[in-house]
Design a protein around this ligand. Structure first.
Ligand SMILES: Nc1ncnc2c1ncn2[C@@H]1O[C@H](COP(=O)(O)OP(=O)(O)OP(=O)(O)O)[C@@H](O)[C@H]1O
Length: 370
């Protein structure tokens, strides 16, 4: 087995409860999910060495950062972390270049080629036109890109993002998400992303750890974690959105057709006309409540889209049933009533068909654009 990215057992005393967390993960993109006040920021601050009161053991990529029993507690600046907090914390009186260079200082001290990292960061995050601008003149989304850039310039072993999209409005969130996908794919640095938004974690993470009141309640693939009853209830507060990847095949004034990545068939998803162009990689959002299910390939339905899938796991959540359906490499969570499960005789490994309307699909770009 490869060296875990994170291997930890930590305790922090808090007002209402204690953070008491044990987990190990070898995945390159790890998501931390939990409702407000569940201990996510406390965990990140403990990782970053900003919580002197944290006790226990913490090993990142084979390097011990904390071991209370052996009196080891590396200072924040000794942990090679790129930490992007929720409020960005940029130097307001410096321009973008100076802010990025402040990140490079640590990397230079450890002998890294900071110039090539700087250029790669500027290129990946499209920061060249902003380099001479002052921080106070930037929009929220631009500040977020600079903040990500500064963290990357410091040559981190682990990049930690605390709610990277939470401070942005809906439109900006969809502009920044593709940059996060790009960071994940360009810089092969392990990422730890904290979010209370399942869609972000589904789009970015290989593994999710869910917290509640300072304890781990689930760990596994994003769909596995989000389909566990306790987590689904918290995650589906505003409707649960499945996120799958695709590529635009055709686009006209009337409709856009998209091939699902990892699909075993050549079947296309049709959505309303969008500005996306053929060849473009996209993320598709389909809410679990908008998917209909049938145990045969019925004809004569108005829903334009259908996907052949296999049933996996069924969980009961507050009187509803939540099913994981697998189509090729894609997994969907589907909400069903108890009656529907009985009527359709849903059992593991059944062949089923998922139906949804074109208008139920949201298309998000996974490459940055204006
Ligand atoms: N320094 C502290 N001392 C005591 N209790 C604290 C301290 N910091 C946070 N808490 C409490 O610990 C709990 C977890 O807080 P934390 O900020 O880690 O949660 P969170 O999951 O990040 O929340 P949010 O999503 O709202 O940012 C909260 O009940 C909070 O009031």
């Amino acid at each position: 087995m490869s060296t875990p990215v994170l291997d930890l057992s930590i305790q922090v005393e808090l007002d209402q409860f204690n953070l008491d967390l044990i987990f190990s993960s070898s995945k390159r993109t790890i998501g931390i999910f939990g409702p407000s006040g569940s201990g996510k920021t406390t965990l990140l601050e403990s990782l970053a060495g900003l919580r002197g009161e944290a006790k226990g053991k913490l090993v990142c990529l084979g390097e011990t950062w904390l071991d209370s029993s052996a009196n080891v507690a590396l200072k924040a600046e000794q942990r090679a972390i790129g930490y992007v907090p929720q409020d960005h914390l940029l130097f307001p009186h410096w321009n973008v270049r100076q802010n990025l260079e402040s990140g490079s200082k640590r990397a230079r001290q450890s002998g890294e080629d900071t110039e090539s990292v700087f250029s790669e960061v500027v290129q990946t995050l499209e920061l060249a036109p902003l380099l001479d601008r002052n921080i106070t003149e930037l929009s929220g989304g631009e500040r977020q890109r600079v903040s990500l850039g500064r963290a990357l310039c410091s040559g981190p072993k682990l990049l930690i993002l605390d709610e990277p999209l939470a401070s942005l409005d809906w439109k900006l969130r969809h502009r920044i998400l593709p940059y996060l996908v790009r960071i994940r794919d360009t810089f092969k640095i392990p990422l730890l992303i904290v979010s209370h938004n399942p869609a972000e974690l589904l789009a970015l993470c290989d593994e999710v750890v869910a917290l509640n009141r300072g304890k781990k309640v689930a760990q596994g693939t994003p769909t596995d974690v989000f389909s566990t009853p306790e987590v689904y209830a918290a995650a589906a507060d505003e409707g649960f959105e499945n996120i799958v990847r695709g590529e635009v095949v055709q686009s006209s004034n009337f409709e856009t057709q998209i091939r699902l990545e990892g699909s075993e068939t050549e079947q296309l998803i049709t959505v309303s006309a969008s500005h996306h162009t053929p060849g473009e990689k996209v993320l598709l959002g389909i809410r679990s409540q908008d998917v209909l299910l049938s145990n045969n390939r019925i004809q004569g339905v108005s829903a334009r889209n259908w996907i052949e899938a296999k049933t996996q796991k069924l969980s009961q959540v507050d009187g509803k049933q939540v099913l994981i359906a697998k189509a090729g490499r894609n997994e969907f969570l589907v909400e069903l009533t108890q009656d529907a499960v009985a009527e359709l005789k849903i059992a593991p490994e059944n062949r089923i068909w998922l139906f949804f309307k074109s208008s139920a699909v949201s298309v998000y770009s996974s490459t940055p654009s204006d």
